[in-house]
Design a protein around this ligand. Structure first.
Ligand code: ADP
Ligand code: MG
Length: 475
């Protein structure tokens, strides 16, 4: 029997606000445990929630950017459950009437574009955190995160492979970053994913029983856990068994799944409208204003960069990977003028440096103006391309400008023919055997001679001038 995999995702995203959703406590990450709490987020008797309008704006922006229908009226509801990190005993969320519905994200994978439908986006507050490594033999609770604003983005079960799920999440994350509604920092838990997984017989229309995999803190965890869960389910179904609807926990270290609880139904949560909060209403005007101010999204930017700078799609895909990278590239183009040169320098050397230091390009400490200056020095022949790449690394490490480094280290390309000739002489003398072989027809040795001469010049010779000289001397 062959099975088709069906995946639906629930993504929790922390909104980028300074204050919590219903009180003015700070949302900053990493503070002393339980230092950012107040009667409201602790749910002390008599404390009343007051809605943070900035969080609502960010949620609307996210919904609009994901092509959702934003509703002028939505309702906050209490979701009741008992857990140590939930001091009120309920979470304020939205249930039957969410903020937004019916959105869409286009996912390009394996050369085809697939629309993945967003079922709903709702606003809710985050819970606290249980901490297992701070108190010996015990679990401690940190409530700083309690009440932090989240949106939950729920997809339809439209994804069919683990790789598609990953690509969807990358596209979603990038869109949210472009919209600037969240820092999307997965290590800090600003973007958390639950994956719903089921199998159905190939060709069948009905969905199979699903399980929900929780605790996925990276894209690779999503991909790997879905692969593991699909395999587990296939094993059960192939043996004639039935899938039990349940919630599973992914263990990233040993790559295993374990059952956390049998699946609860929504009625178990006793949802009801929160009596402390009126329906969330906004007029169409507010939605229209936010829509008019939406920033450019990745797909639009891709088209614009291709058209404006006559770049090809594959190059542009690299450049728009993040909004900060695309911004950097565009700033560089205004300095350098030549978009293709700027694109090549960003895609290759700059991203290599970013990768070496594990930093985004705008944190490398090299301004587009200074980078542009270096590119100019390569284009006018002051230094060679490979020397330019080395200088780039030194600029980043030392904070010095290209000119300072080139001058101080004497890296300017040597044009003086006396010096060039001396290097070529030395190389020919030291490699007399290779010279013979070249002369008897082994012309591919040219690259070797150029390399030797470049080495002798410590990279300062102009490789084109060297080739010309060598050719003249060897033939
Ligand atoms: P629940 O009632 O448990 O909340 P929903 O039907 O509301 O389940 O869907 C929750 C998530 O599970 C959604 O992302 C949805 O796309 C996904 N989902 C629903 N049914 C399936 C299925 N059979 N296989 C995989 N994912 C599913
Ligand atoms: Mg849910």
């Amino acid at each position: 029997m062959s099975w088709e995999l069906v995946i639906g995702l629930e993504v929790h995203v922390q909104l980028r606000t300074a204050e919590k959703l219903f009180c003015s406590d700070s949302t900053a990450f990493g503070a002393e445990p339980n230092s950012q709490v107040c009667p409201v987020c602790l749910g002390l008797p008599g404390a009343l929630p007051v809605l943070n309008g900035e969080a609502v704006d960010l949620a609307i922006i996210a919904a609009l950017g994901l092509a959702c229908q934003v509703h002028e009226v939505s309702i906050f509801a209490r979701k009741s459950y008992f857990y140590p990190d939930l001091p009120k005993g309920y979470q304020i969320t939205q249930f039957s009437e969410p903020l937004a519905t019916e959105g869409m994200v286009s996912v390009r994978s394996d050369g085809e574009t697939r629309p993945i439908r967003i079922r709903r986006i709702h606003l809710e507050e985050d819970a606290g955190k249980s901490i297992h490594d701070r108190v010996p033999d015990g679990t401690a609770v940190d409530l700083n995160r309690t009440g932090t604003p989240l949106i939950e983005i729920v997809t339809e079960p439209d994804l069919r492979t683990p790789a598609q799920a990953r690509t969807f999440l990358q596209e979603l994350k990038r869109t949210l970053e472009y919209l600037d509604v969240s820092d999307c920092n997965m290590e800090e838990g600003s973007l958390r994913v639950d994956a719903n997984v089921s199998l159905r017989a190939d060709g069948s229309d009905a969905y199979g029983v699903k399980t929900e995999v929780k605790n996925l803190n990276s894209f690779s965890a999503v991909e790997r856990s879905v692969v593991a869960e699909a395999k587990r389910q296939a094993g059960i179904l192939d043996a004639g068994g039935e899938i039990v609807q349940e919630t599973l926990l992914w263990d990233e270290r040993d790559g295993t799944l374990r059952s956390m609880r049998s699946k609860e139904e929504s009625h178990d949560y006793r949802y009801f409208p929160d009596p402390d909060l009126p329906p969330l209403r906004f007029d169409a005007e507010r939605i229209r204003r936010l829509e008019a101010e939406l920033p450019e999204l990745p797909a639009q930017r891709r088209t614009r960069l291709m058209e404006e700078h006559d770049l090809d799609g594959r190059d542009v895909d690299v450049l728009i990977a993040s909004r900060s990278l695309a911004d950097y590239f565009e700033a560089l183009v205004t300095v350098v003028g030549d978009a293709k040169a700027a694109a090549n320098w960003v895609k290759g050397p700059l991203l290599k440096e970013a990768n070496r230091l594990q930093l985004p390009v705008d944190d490398l400490g090299i301004l587009p103006r200074d980078f542009g200056d270096l590119i100019g020095l390569v284009e006018d022949g002051t230094v060679s391309g490979s020397m330019g790449r080395k200088v780039l690394g030194q600029m980043i490490d030392s904070g010095k400008t290209a000119r300072e480094i080139i001058e101080k280290e004497g890296l300017s390309q040597v044009q003086d023919s006396g010096e060039l000739n001396a290097w070529v002489d030395a190389v020919m003398e030291e490699n007399s055997e290779e010279v013979e072989r070249y002369r008897s027809g082994e012309t591919r040795l040219m690259g070797y001679f150029v390399g030797q001469t470049m080495q002798k010049s410590r990279g300062r010779a102009d490789p084109k001038a060297i080739s010309a000289l060598l050719r003249g001397r060897l033939e």
